[in-house]
Design a protein around this ligand. Structure first.
Ligand code: FAD
Length: 636
């Protein structure tokens, strides 16, 4: 069978192909062309003069001049024409050495062996899904329950199914998709490029926008559920309340709201880090419709209404521009200004050439994923690391972090012009990248400059019958109040009551400090696996899906040992669990996310510590999750 990344043969005419090439990333296009040339001609591209000059987040053309891009397309057209005329023979998958050379061509820097190994695993250039677990006949005796059918739960279902575990997914909603099913507010979209915010083994292929909107993401996860045959295993409308470990028969009893408990030998939580809305309990009450952004009310027409939006973090930043035109007046009550990442192409559509190239040009989709992934993976950590000698820490945490502050600040100043009052409101005064940095193409500040929009930099004192009273005592009249106040980020696994060995309650044991060994396993809780667990949120860039894929692989490796050894339990040792936590906190204390200078930092708990975010390099996390260290795990 033809390698699934080799592309389907085609017979399009020259003019049509030329038109398609105009839509493409020239670096990825040239990388694809390497596969169409005989080995003795690879250097024409890999050592040739037409090449990317650098790589950067969302810079899909590798800083090539327009002339170089045109030259690259011309060269590609000749090579593609010849390939077509030869009947599109299937190219060999690249050797590791050739793959490394292509990666270095695209990355414009050395790709060290550790990154090469991670990237080969991610890209599966040989056509294999490298994270697909081996099928284990004995897995049939280990029924599993997965809680949640969002991105993580669907992945767990695919992986457990591939390994041969009987499993059921319990999902409180009526459909799959989690975040992308629930968050239907206008303007909702990803801020990690879609060709990367997708599973490594199924990149969706045909996104209509580079940063897709919620309906398309929801459809993607529905497509995954359908095409991997997951729906028969999912029970919708079933909310799990807790689970209890039974020492006698080494099983979990999974308790569900209003239904019979379910027994399993393996329990996977995939309930998300951002699934429980945070609605602050303001005093007073409002007489009209008031709702959280993740509980969007389509029955409330905002046209011609006065809307007060409380909060403007990642969600409000997307919502306000999407509704400003149709409301009579929009008041945005925001405590903290947000840093934003300049991304002029944030709302850009994907031309038909991308779809064509992904379907037909050998490895184009893979190399395009690389172009999007490489600058997002680990690069952001450098600017997030605190240099204790740097002053003033209140403003930035290191020299490079300060350079980011200047760059982001210039982007804001450019748009605000000489409006000093607005600038004072929108220019953050805390270190950049300390919170999730928002993707911006200018719509946010344009929205704030509209006559019918007012930004109020204040907190909320109380709700009133006819509006919202801010912390300065000013009442803002409203017909509708929207809470863009985020999620209960630090209440991981809320409201589950998971009781492990000796009846220990997981959330009570954690208190304000949720932890898991490599984000996946917890001492005292055998055969329990957490996906998108503590310390796995990719705040330093990258896609949440990448980390969850690593974690799911780790889970299946633990289970492989469990099943092949016919053991009853697999459990991380207390020593390994504690040591990982200590290492995690040591690292985290050196990162901007734990800086005491970040205003209203939702990453931190009441003690100022961070537990949700991953402070480590993804390449290290990949290595640690390759397989459980036998010294760290006990099988009984
Ligand atoms: C608005 C928004 C935008 C985001 N954008 C990005 C982005 O651009 N890039 C990025 O990398 N990450 C992003 N994230 C973070 C992350 O990628 C998503 O939250 C992702 O959906 C996480 O997948 P998940 O399956 O782990 O959790 P979720 O998508 O939250 O799914 C959890 C599922 O579990 C179910 N569930 C929860 N509790 C129970 C229970 N007790 N019983 C039964 N079912 C239960 C829920 O109903 C839900 O379906 C975003 C998050 C949000 C909220």
């Amino acid at each position: 069978m033809r390698n699934r990344h080799a592309g389907a043969p085609f017979a399009d005419g020259d003019e049509q192909i030329e038109a398609y090439l105009a839509d493409l990333s020239v670096p990825a296009l040239l990388a694809s062309c390497v596969h169409l040339l005989p080995p003795e001609r690879h250097d024409e591209i890999l050592d040739g003069p037409v090449r990317p000059q650098g790589i950067y987040i969302n810079e899909l053309q590798g800083f090539m001049s327009p002339e170089d891009q045109a030259a690259g397309r011309k060269l590609a057209l000749e090579i593609i024409r010849d390939y077509r005329d030869r009947g599109c023979p299937e190219p060999e998958p690249p050797s590791d050495e050739l793959a490394r050379r292509i990666m270095e061509f695209l990355a414009v820097e050395e790709v060290t062996p550790d990154y090469l190994a991670m990237m080969l695993d991610e890209l599966g250039l040989d056509g294999r899904d490298h994270r697909r677990p081996e099928r284990l006949p004995a897995a049939a005796d280990y029924p599993a329950v997965i809680v949640g059918a969002g991105m993580s739960g669907l992945l767990a279902a695919i992986r457990l199914g591939q390994a041969g575990f009987p499993y059921v997914v319990l999902e409180k909603n009526d459909d799959v998709g989690g975040t992308w099913w629930e968050n239907t507010y206008p303007g909702a979209r990803v801020d990690v490029a879609s060709h990367f915010y997708s599973y490594s083994f199924d990149d969706g292929g045909h996104w209509s926008e580079f940063f897709s909107r919620q309906p398309e993401l929801r459809a993607y996860f529905a497509h995954v559920a359908d095409s991997y045959g997951l729906r028969d295993h999912i029970r919708f409308g079933v909310e799990v309340t807790g689970a209890t470990w039974n020492e006698d028969d080494a099983t979990w009893t999974v308790e569900v709201e209003g239904g019979d408990p379910i027994t399993a030998r393996v329990l996977v939580t995939a309930v998300g880090q951002l699934n429980r809305p945070l609605v602050p309990e303001f005093p007073g009450s409002f007489d009209g419709p008031a709702f959280h952004t993740s509980r969007w009310r389509d029955d409330v027409d905002l046209t011609g209404k006065r809307v007060v939006m409380i909060g403007a973090g990642a969600t409000g930043f997307q919502l306000a521009p999407a509704i400003a035109e149709r409301v009579e007046h929009l008041t945005i009550i925001q405590r903290t200004a947000q840093w934003m990442f300049p991304n002029p192409g944030y709302h850009e559509g994907v031309g038909p050439g991308v779809d064509w190239a992904t379907r037909h040009l050998p490895f184009y989709g893979r190399w395009f994923r690389f172009v999007e992934m490489w600058p997002m993976t680990d690069k952001g950590l450098v600017a997030a690391k605190v240099d204790p000698a740097w002053e003033p820490q209140r403003q930035s945490v290191s020299e490079i972090n300060d350079m980011v502050r200047v760059m982001f600040g210039d982007w804001i100043r450019e748009q605000v012009g000489d409006d000093a009052e607005l600038l004072a409101k929108v220019l953050p005064t805390y270190p950049p990248t300390g919170k999730r940095t928002l993707q911006d193409n200018g719509t946010w500040l344009k929205t704030l400059q509209r006559d019918n929009v007012e930004l109020v930099r204040a907190g909320v004192e109380r709700l009133a019958a006819g509006g919202v009273v801010d912390s300065e005592g000013v009442e803002h009249p409203a017909d509708v109040v929207v809470f863009a106040t985020g999620f209960r980020y630090n209440d991981l696994l809320l409201p589950l009551r998971i009781r492990g060995r000796d009846g220990v309650d997981l959330r009570e044991m954690w208190g304000i400090r949720p932890a898991a060994h490599v984000g996946v396993t917890v001492a005292g809780f055998p055969n329990l696996f957490l996906l998108y667990g503590p310390g796995t949120n990719a705040a330093g860039g990258s896609s949440a899906i990448l980390g969850v894929e690593f974690a799911a692989w780790f889970m299946t490796e633990c289970l492989r040992e469990l099943v092949t050894g016919r053991h009853r339990t697999v459990e991380v040792t207390r020593e390994a669990y504690d040591a990982y936590y200590a290492r995690f906190q040591d690292e985290m204390r050196q990162m901007v996310w734990a800086s005491p200078h970040i205003e209203h930092n939702y990453f931190t708990n009441e003690a100022g510590e961070v537990h949700g975010v991953n402070p480590f390099r993804m390449v290290d996390y990949w290595h640690w999750t390759r397989r459980p260290d036998p010294a760290d795990y006990v099988y009984s």
